[in-house]
Design a protein around this ligand. Sequence first.
Ligand code: SAM
Length: 204
Amino acid sequence: MSVVNEVARHYDLLIDEGNDPVLDSPELAAYMDGWDGAALLNALALDGTQDVLEIGVGTGRLALRVAPLSRSFTGIDISEKTIARAAEHLAGLAQVRLIRADFMAWETQARFHVIYSSLTFLHLADKPGAAQGVARLLAPGGRAVISLDKATDAILDYGTRRLTIHPDNPEAMAAHLRAAGLTILSVQETAQAHIITAVKGEDS
Ligand SMILES: C[S@@+](CC[C@H](N)C(=O)[O-])C[C@H]1O[C@@H](n2cnc3c(N)ncnc32)[C@H](O)[C@@H]1O
């Protein structure tokens, strides 16, 4: 099985196993905020006029907070069952569009004012390619906010299966984003992550 299919299968299985972060207890939801929460939401600087993309939308844990603040909201995810669950959770929001695809292979003419991602870049092996993909999809003047998990293990052990992951390093990712033409505004440290905010020049 290819690495990409292995990731999609893992997240499909999590849905089968009843794992849906939207349904987390308040305590678990607060723990998950350690990867993003208010720090990420503030960094998005949303004012209701922006077209927003979430890479690795999952079942909609963050999308439920972000989409109502967006002019349009696009969520992309590689797992069919995960994106189907997100569609259920986000059904009441007319501005939402959900796409099942591998972000690294996604071809679109669309451009976004804000692109964000949390707990997803650890699945992307090609870090420079991911940074270039973000930069390409940003509209001039657009903003990217990427939460990078602090975990450094290369294997996630779920007991019944093991998943290879690709840990991130905030300095390296900042360098990849710079090489892709973005300017780094900040790197914030949260309990579980580093959150990089970067912008694209108005004439890029
Ligand atoms: C840990 S979950 C995080 C979901 C959501 N961002 C959150 O924080 O609740 C990672 C998500 O990224 C998705 N994903 C992993 N690799 C991907 C890829 N190459 N393209 C699109 N989605 C991907 C997975 O299917 C999964 O839903």
